[in-house]
Design a protein around this ligand. Structure first.
Ligand SMILES: C[S@@+](CC[C@H](N)C(=O)[O-])C[C@H]1O[C@@H](n2cnc3c(N)ncnc32)[C@H](O)[C@@H]1O
Length: 347
């Protein structure tokens, strides 16, 4: 089946990284002759046992806060506050009108223009004063760096905070050593939150550059002494290897893009590969697992699709599968901006 890129959910389309560099969206995202052969697909069959209890729809919301706020949106754009800066970026879903007057938007510190082929900061305009590539940010007391990237991303996906808080609660409540695997981990915020909560973390991303940024964030957060393994690898290959080696985790997070590439050109296509990876995530759980959290974005699908996949995959495990959307609540007029779909199994 050929995956379809849904522009409405395109806010996080993101390519890793051949050899660690980000690639502009829309180029090099599809398989080509550089593709490495796919490993033999897993043989999937229906799992035995009762389906987990289901809870849906569950809408997890990030409200405006001191570290981050969606100030306003409309006319295909969003105005956000990231720490000290006001940032304007395109937002395809904002088909409504802006609620704040032009003077509020005109006070932006950075605007994503995307109007050059240049890598990095060249695709941003700074109307007030020229800014550097990074700036200090905080999440719930964790210091890290925001950054202007060529993909209009800023080094963090604030909507993920709903998952971070939930996961930190589960880690604390476990009152035992907890091992977390963060696949497609990007700049590492989830890994830092998990490590601060007391977990031993393995963080995997195909992009060398993203792993470099994640390490910088670890230092910035003052969490260098916390046990985090930073690994540049293809998520699927890594999970397969862990299965073979018998490495096991209590919590698995996976936040795959619609299309992606491993460091050796391995092709990731969500609609083809997600069932195998979800199955792998189940098989690398410890005997007393805590949770498996899947987020999906930039795809034409409903959360019912990933809900059914997760529920079938976790049959016989007890627990609950809860699914829905991650949204960000706008400060100006209270409208909800949907960013992604999620489904999570919780023991
Ligand atoms: C949008 S980011 C995930 C965001 C992250 N979970 C967070 O909350 O910050 C998607 C990540 O997947 C990585 N990626 C893409 N294809 C991959 C692959 N085949 N294996 C491992 N990582 C991959 C990209 O480098 C990128 O960092």
């Amino acid at each position: 089946m050929k995956p379809f890129r849904d522009k409405r959910r395109d806010s996080r389309s993101h390519q890793p990284a051949k050899g660690g560099a980000e690639q502009p969206r829309g180029t090099g995202t599809k398989p080509d002759d550089r593709s490495v052969p796919k490993p033999t697909p897993r043989v999937l069959s229906l799992r035995d046992g009762a389906l987990p209890v289901e809870h849906l729809p569950l809408i997890l919301e990030v409200a405006p806060n001191a570290d981050y706020a969606l100030l306003d949106s409309g006319a295909g754009q969003k105005l956000e506050q990231y720490g000290p800066y006001r940032i304007v970026r395109p937002e395809g879903q904002a088909i409504w009108q802006k609620a704040l007057p032009a003077k509020d938007w005109d006070r932006a510190d950075a605007i994503f223009t995307g109007d050059t082929d240049e890598e990095g900061i060249g695709r941003w305009r700074f109307p007030r004063t020229p800014l550097g590539e990074t700036w200090p940010m905080k999440h719930d007391g964790i210091d890290y760096l925001g950054r202007f990237t060529s993909f209009r991303h800023v080094g963090v996906f604030p909507e993920q905070a709903s998952h971070w808080d939930h996961m930190a609660g589960l880690i604390a409540a476990a009152k035992r050593p907890v091992k977390v695997l963060n696949l497609f981990g990007y700049t590492g915020l989830a890994s830092l939150v998990a490590a601060r909560a007391g977990a031993e973390v393995t963080h995997v991303d195909a992009s060398k550059k993203a792993i470099g940024w994640a390490r910088e964030n670890q230092e910035m957060a003052g969490l260098s002494q916390k046990p985090i393994r930073w690994i540049v690898d293809d998520a699927m290959k890594f999970a397969e290897r862990e299965e073979r080696r018998g490495s096991r985790y209590d919590i698995v997070l996976f936040d795959p893009p619609a299309y992606g590439r491993g460091p050796k050109g391995e092709v990731w296509q969500l609609f083809e590969d997600l069932p195998d990876l979800t199955d792998l995530c189940r098989s690398i759980l410890t005997p007393k697992p805590i949770a498996v959290v899947l987020t999906a974005y930039s795809i034409r699908a409903s959360f019912f699709a990933i809900h059914a996949l997760m529920r079938d995959t976790f049959a016989g495990m007890g627990g609950t599968v809860e699914s829905g959307e991650l949204i960000i609540r706008e400060k100006s007029a209270g409208r909800a901006l949907s960013t992604s779909l999620f489904s999570r199994w919780v023991a």
